[in-house]
Design a protein around this ligand. Structure first.
Ligand SMILES: Cc1cc2nc3c(=O)[nH]c(=O)nc-3n(C[C@H](O)[C@H](O)[C@H](O)COP(=O)(O)O)c2cc1C
Length: 186
């Protein structure tokens, strides 16, 4: 089996991550992989905002403030939100940046491209020896967080990509080819 195929088949998410995180040069390589994602209309309908170790507290404040903007959250929930980004030495906020009413690439296709680009970033990180974990949770879909992050009207968060050096084993997979009707001939 080729090394690339082996890599693809055995990819796993890493929930526990520690430093170091990718360097600037390694981030450049990861985002070059993003650009290689299939993209109808060549719109590059994605943006990535990197919060490195020096900026994780900033992201934590955005999380907390997004909850504060809604009423009814207890202090415990606010503290939890503020600490979420500390689960890795780097969090990349993956954003879908849509061109409305594009004649060739409807919104759904642009969202697909943004997701593929994000997965390219994850795979590139793992190819460089790092681990990653794609998370969303309620926060990703809160208008109050989009406001905190100064997203434009045509932008939405599609993931918080936690990146770092694997600290322990990858998440064990319960998926198997025999348990699902994934493919058939004809
Ligand atoms: C769009 C998207 C959002 C996700 N959000 C979460 C999340 O909020 N929390 C979580 O534990 N896993 C989330 N996952 C799933 C994990 O990233 C991971 O794929 C899953 O735990 C299975 O592990 P595996 O990738 O090693 O198969 C999300 C995946 C995707 C594609």
């Amino acid at each position: 089996m080729s090394e690339v195929l082996n890599f693809l088949i055995h990819r796993h998410s890493y929930p526990k991550l520690m430093g170091p995180a990718p360097s600037h040069e390694q981030l450049d390589a990861m985002f070059s992989a993003a650009i290689a994602a299939p993209d109808h209309g060549q719109l590059q309908p994605y943006r990535f905002r990197v919060f490195d170790i020096d900026h994780l507290s900033e992201l934590g404040e955005h999380f907390e403030n997004a909850l504060r903007a809604e009423s009814g959250h207890e202090q415990k929930a606010l503290d939890k939100a503020r600490n979420l980004p500390t689960r890795a030495p780097m969090v990349i906020v993956a954003i879908c940046h849509q061109t409305p009413d594009h004649p060739k690439a409807p919104a759904q296709e642009q969202l697909i491209t943004a997701a593929l680009a994000t997965f390219q970033v994850i795979n590139a990180a793992e190819a460089l020896g790092f681990g990653a974990y794609w998370r969303t949770g309620d926060l990703a879909y809160k208008a109050s967080l989009a406001k905190q992050l100064k997203l434009k009207e045509n932008e939405s968060i599609i993931g918080f990509i936690y990146v770092g050096t694997p600290d322990g084993e990858p998440k064990s997979s319960k998926k198997s080819l025999t348990s699902a009707d994934i493919w058939r001939l004809g």
